[in-house]
Design a protein. Sequence first.
Length: 257
Amino acid sequence: MKAMLTVLGSGTSMGVPTIGCDCAVCHSTDPRDRRTRPSVLIEYAGHSVLIDTTPDFREQAIRENIRSLDAVLYTHTHADHLLGIDDLRPLSFKHKPNRLPLYAHPDAAEFIRDMFRYIFDADYKFGGLPQVELRPINGSLDLFGAKFQPIVLIHGDAEIYGFRFGSGAYLTDHSDIPEESLNKLQGLDVLFLDALRYKPHPTHSTVEHSLATVARLKPRRAFFTHICHDLPHEATNASLPENVKLSYDGMKLEFEI
Ligand SMILES: [Zn+2]
Ligand SMILES: [Zn+2]
Ligand SMILES: [Zn+2]
């Protein structure tokens, strides 16, 4: 079936512009150089699945007029992918009496339960809480008729999840992709990849490294995300191959899920 992917945020953990930075990209007037923290929304058959709740989630949801969510998938628990969890409140209230499901690796689910104890503590009596429920991921998920397959990625010393969904895949924060995961990423129409900058980084992929992944996997279209202020949108795009582009906040594309 047809699905629509919206890039809610395309920036690295500090966002672009970065607080206090005087560089040209942080002062660019091109709206595509304004990058909130990394997240995507996938909509199909009247359902909406969110990947990660960034510290910018509230702003992203207002910008894209998000009216409902049916599930949230977490890639990992770094602050730039998680800290907007409390802003799920207005969308989660519609889920009463059932709660909005949050899917995460079993270790990540435990971390989230621990870090946001007030949300999951049945005795917490003050104020409105997100009506959410943690569901550890054990293999592929069937969400509203679409399959979401967790893809193990290497993120520095940690293993995190990317996700494949139909002909699309979203592989944020990674420094490497294991062979077994590459085998699950054949025949893609749309591939999103971490490409922080040109300079090597211990926990993130670079433009060069992600171009090599694209050359290996040969998706029809590839988009880079988790981008820092080293990459001006227009100039960087002009230097990339025809089927590879930088993503940007608000970018939408259709694909088969
Ligand atoms: Zn990140
Ligand atoms: Zn800057
Ligand atoms: Zn991370």
